[in-house]
Design a protein around this ligand. Structure first.
Ligand SMILES: *[C@@H]1O[C@H](CO)[C@@H](O)[C@H](O)[C@H]1NC(C)=O
Ligand SMILES: *[C@@H]1O[C@H](CO)[C@@H](O)[C@H](O)[C@H]1NC(C)=O
Ligand SMILES: *[C@@H]1O[C@H](CO)[C@@H](O)[C@H](O)[C@H]1NC(C)=O
Ligand SMILES: *[C@@H]1O[C@H](CO)[C@@H](O)[C@H](O)[C@H]1NC(C)=O
Ligand SMILES: *[C@@H]1O[C@H](CO)[C@@H](O)[C@H](O)[C@H]1NC(C)=O
Ligand SMILES: *[C@@H]1O[C@H](CO)[C@@H](O)[C@H](O)[C@H]1NC(C)=O
Ligand SMILES: *[C@@H]1O[C@H](CO)[C@@H](O)[C@H](O)[C@H]1NC(C)=O
Ligand SMILES: *[C@@H]1O[C@H](CO)[C@@H](O)[C@H](O)[C@H]1NC(C)=O
Ligand SMILES: CC(=O)N[C@H]1CO[C@H](CO)[C@@H](O)[C@@H]1O
Length: 807
């Protein structure tokens, strides 16, 4: 059961009251002072630790040196001898693996929840109307105890993808935080998206995804950047020594392959290697990898980070409520489930990261024609009897519920949470060993990259282009991105599209040949007006801690593309590990995961065989048939930087950079003009009140005179709350981070700025019987001067009972 304590995530109670923006910008708040003190204290702790540890390191290094030739000493002793020394000596924990510096943090990134296009389905008509679940950035920092500057930050952000403008924003903000944050930069910060299609759009760096969102939305962009930075600060401030362990588990019933026809084009002998059983036939990966973070001081777990592929398309294309989709649900359920549990620390953070998601779907009952025919969509091209894809819709487990996918979304989240929790509770995770924490990141120009395939053939990549099937969409979201349909329809033609459609250019013969067999619909990689439409310069990044290697992918790799990429990295890492762990230690098998879409958004990455089929994923593979081979080539070329003895990778300042378009982007997103109330009403007045009694499981509804929620994002706060009477005091027991509490907003009069808010509590089967009321937190904008004034509204008291009396 919730208490007031657990409604606002991991922040300290006193931090909560502070406005999110304030705490980033106003260096003189009490919070900053407290943080400075805490940092000083942490530094003091490290000093003390250092004073004790340094002499022992010194002694150990010397004993090692005596036994080994100089060169071998260099690559075995840099982390390993020291770590062994500690685990053998002061800790009984050699079974727990080596110690690392570990930190976790979480912060709110919920942008505007109304009037903004949702990011993912590319349907300009899909505008936000409220909030089902707040969005978060979850930060995981892993560092080398011995060389604390060797560290990485893995962010799991509830957005459709990582992004270049967002990443620049985060890295620039970290620089401004001063010397404590000097260790963070391009090389070691990964911004991965959970691929939720239910978040606000308008924050992306390139023109193409901005078209349907009417351009760039600064408010939403800053919510993501500021929240991500705050999550990193919280993780950074919580850094302390601890242990990592890793394991895998099967997740069944949470994904299927939505482009099986393309998957089957991969060689039969390759598919057979992954074809274990009828329910795990290799067409998607059913394995979830889980990394567990445990602090050394009291042995409590501080977080988990998992990788598992399934699209964030459980909330359907007709959903208009902001939510973290199924990954958001899984994280929510996990964090709730460990609250108050003895071996879990306060502020526990659960990150459910996306993996090789390209051809997966969470709509596990398959793709059906909603045209009354009762047929499945065609296997080859997901069309229905009319030869088009618009009627083809994939079904989630509860597709009959008329809730735009919400119950299916919760179920697919639960199906990821439960195996993750079971693995977390089991003894089936293995310690991560080897003190090294390594990373590299490079910007690679895919416009014209000529390289040799392993079989010796020389091939090249091409400037980005999208094929015809891109416009058809997928069974998860059919065909809304068909621009030709927008032409001439005043209701759906985006103002950005009106402005830029004349700039489309025909591809050259060379470009056509380079992308063949993809027929080019939009030659986006050769268009620089008014600024670039899609990236040509891409991020390639890999992290390593001990035997765990994390490939950070900028695009949505298909199931088999992800496997090939990981397999290449695994083979190369195995060779590297034989050196790193030395001949005397048991050679550890590399564990390789792939996380993404991250850092930028380069659409899809399919195998060459799947590319040949040209379904949506192949048509969206930007740089031609050798896109995957190019990513693998660049990854392997940089992989030696992850060796224990490797020098740091070269500095970015001598390299190329992708553009940052955040300040030059078009924007037709209108601001809030004003809010008004109907005659004789004031903001927060109840328009339709609650009933007196509800049976548990029923929906409690109340309507208020509202104002536009874009006036204040209420980050780290809430628009809606359920309060419960507890010993003569009202306590907040649900807020809008809770899945079951839904905040709806509706404009009722354009001219006078009237609006209505409806708050719905879908009482859970476990809701405690008792007396409740519902509170609305709003902010109204006045026409004159644009002043924004907060207000509140509250419902009548109602009772929730386990069963209604039948009399
Ligand atoms: C340290 O631990 C390793 C493996 O756990 C063991 O092989 C080695 O003998 C131990 N060294 C000492 C000095 O205890
Ligand atoms: C898996 O193997 C079975 C039995 O050989 C075969 O019928 C099926 O097509 C295979 N599935 C895939 C996805 O390759
Ligand atoms: C889709 O596939 C069917 C066969 O299943 C074929 O008859 C049809 O022409 C294809 N449609 C398109 C648009 O490619
Ligand atoms: C939303 O879209 C799905 C198809 O994807 C459809 O079945 C459903 O009826 C639509 N409306 C609602 C309210 O769920
Ligand atoms: C990438 O390569 C293309 C083609 O060689 C070149 O025109 C372009 O300037 C390069 N981009 C950057 C950022 O260097
Ligand atoms: C090498 O592999 C590529 C891609 O699979 C293929 O197109 C090419 O024919 C192969 N070359 C040789 C010499 O086998
Ligand atoms: C645009 O929307 C209006 C009102 O909903 C409708 O009457 C009109 O037919 C629509 N226009 C087109 C081209 O669909
Ligand atoms: C964008 O503009 C803001 C405000 O003027 C400035 O602080 C920021 O550095 C600019 N960013 C870039 C990438 O030019
Ligand atoms: C094992 C598995 O998930 N198989 C699915 C692969 O994709 C097809 C078509 O989407 C489904 O029908 C299978 O159930």
């Amino acid at each position: 059961m919730d208490s007031e304590e657990d409604t606002y995530g991991p922040s300290k109670p006193e931090d909560r009251l502070l406005d999110h923006e304030e705490c980033l910008k106003d260096g003189n708040t009490r919070l900053e002072e407290r943080r400075a003190l805490r940092t000083k204290y942490n530094r003091f702790k490290f000093w003390v630790l250092g004073l004790i540890l340094l002499p022992s390191i010194f002694i150990l290094l010397h004993s090692c040196k005596g036994l080994m030739p100089e060169r071998i000493y260099k690559w075995t002793c840099e982390g390993q001898c020291w770590s062994n020394g500690v685990t053998n000596g002061t800790h009984e924990a050699s079974s727990a693996g080596d110690q690392y510096l570990l930190g976790v943090g979480k912060a709110d990134i919920t942008g505007p929840v109304v009037e903004i296009n949702l990011m993912g389905y590319a349907d300009p008509k899909q505008l936000g109307t409220g909030l089902r679940q707040r969005l978060y950035s979850r930060a995981f920092i892993v560092g080398n105890v011995d060389r604390p500057e060797d560290r990485f930050v893995y962010l799991v952000v509830d957005t459709q993808s990582g992004d270049t403008a967002v990443r620049y924003g985060i890295i620039n903000a970290l620089k401004e935080l001063g010397p404590d944050y000097a260790a963070y930069g391009h090389h070691n910060v990964a911004v991965t998206g959970t691929h939720s299609h239910a978040g606000p759009g308008g924050w992306l760096n390139y023109l193409l995804p901005q078209i349907t969102s009417k351009g760039f939305d600064r408010q939403g962009y800053h919510a993501i950047v500021d929240g991500a930075v705050l999550s990193i600060k919280r993780a950074h401030e919580s850094l302390q020594p601890g242990y990592l362990s890793i394991g895998t588990t099967k997740v069944l019933g949470a994904n299927i392959n939505r482009s099986l026809f393309a998957y089957l084009a991969n060689p039969a002998e390759e598919r057979a290697r992954y074809n274990v059983s009828a329910e795990d036939d290799g067409s998607v990966e059913k394995d979830m990898t889980l990394l567990k973070f445990q602090r050394a001081s009291d042995g409590k777990n501080i977080g988990i980070l998992t990788w598992f592929p399934t699209h964030g398309t459980s909330m359907l294309g007709n959903n208009t409520l902001i939510a973290g989709d199924n990954k958001g649900v899984a994280a929510y359920l996990f964090e709730k489930s460990v609250k108050g549990v003895d071996n879990a620390a306060e502020g526990f953070v659960a990150g459910f990261s996306q993996a090789n998601v390209g051809d997966t779907s969470p709509n596990v009952l398959g793709a059906w024609c909603e045209d009354g025919s009762g047929e499945m969509c065609s296997f080859e091209n997901s069309t229905c009897s009319d030869g088009k894809s618009q009627q083809c819709h994939a079904r989630g487990p509860y597709f009959r519920a008329k809730d735009n996918g919400a119950s299916s979304c919760f179920e697919i989240g639960r199906r990821q949470f439960e195996p993750a929790r079971a693995l977390y509770d089991s003894q089936n995770t293995k310690p991560v060993k080897g003190g090294w924490v390594k990373s590299f990141h490079t910007f690679h120009n895919m416009s014209d990259f000529t390289f040799q395939l392993p079989n010796g053939t020389v091939v090249r990549t091409c400037p980005a282009a999208l094929g015809y099937s891109f416009a058809a969409g997928t069974s998860d979201g059919p065909g809304a991105f068909d621009f030709t349909q927008h032409d001439g329809n005043e209701n759906t033609t985006s103002p950005v599209w009106k402005l830029v459609r004349g700039l489309l250019k025909a591809p050259s013969e060379e470009q056509k040949a380079c992308h063949s067999p993809k027929p080019i619909l939009m030659d986006v990689g050769e268009m620089y007006n008014p600024y670039q439409w899609t990236p040509n310069v891409v991020d390639v990044q890999v992290f390593r801690v001990g035997q765990l290697v994390i490939v950070v992918s900028p695009g949505e790799a298909s199931t088999m593309a992800g496997r090939r990429w990981k397999e290449n990295v695994r083979d190369a890492s195995a060779a590297m590990f034989r050196h790193d762990y030395g001949p005397s230690t048991e050679a550890l098998e590399p564990v390789v995961v792939l996380g993404g879409p991250a850092n930028s958004y380069t659409h899809y990455i399919t195998t060459q065989e799947e590319y040949g089929i040209q379904r949506y994923e192949g048509a969206s593979t930007l740089y031609g048939p050798h896109t995957l081979a190019a990513y693998i080539k660049v990854t392997l070329a940089n992989l030696p930087y992850l060796a224990a003895s490797a020098a740091n990778p070269p500095d970015h300042k001598d390299g190329i950079f992708p553009p940052d378009n955040s300040n030059r982007s078009l924007s037709f997103v209108p601001g809030v003009v004003m809010d008004g109330t109907p005659l004789f009403k004031k903001f927060g007045d109840v328009v339709e009140d609650v009933d007196k009694v509800y049976q548990r499981g029923a929906e409690v509804r109340v309507k208020f005179v509202g104002a536009n929620p874009r006036n204040n994002l209420r980050l780290e706060q809430t628009y809606a709350a359920v309060e419960m009477m507890d010993q003569y005091e009202w306590k907040t027991v649900r807020d809008d981070s809770d899945w079951s509490l839904v905040f709806n907003w509706k404009r009722t009069n354009e001219i006078f700025g009237h609006s209505e808010v409806e708050i719905v509590w879908e009482t859970e089967e476990w809701a405690e019987p008792g007396m409740y009321r519902i509170r609305y937190y709003g902010d109204a904008k006045s026409l004159v001067g644009g002043k924004i004034t907060p207000f509140e509204g509250v419902s009548e008291v109602f009772t929730v009972v386990t069963a209604l009396r039948k009399d």
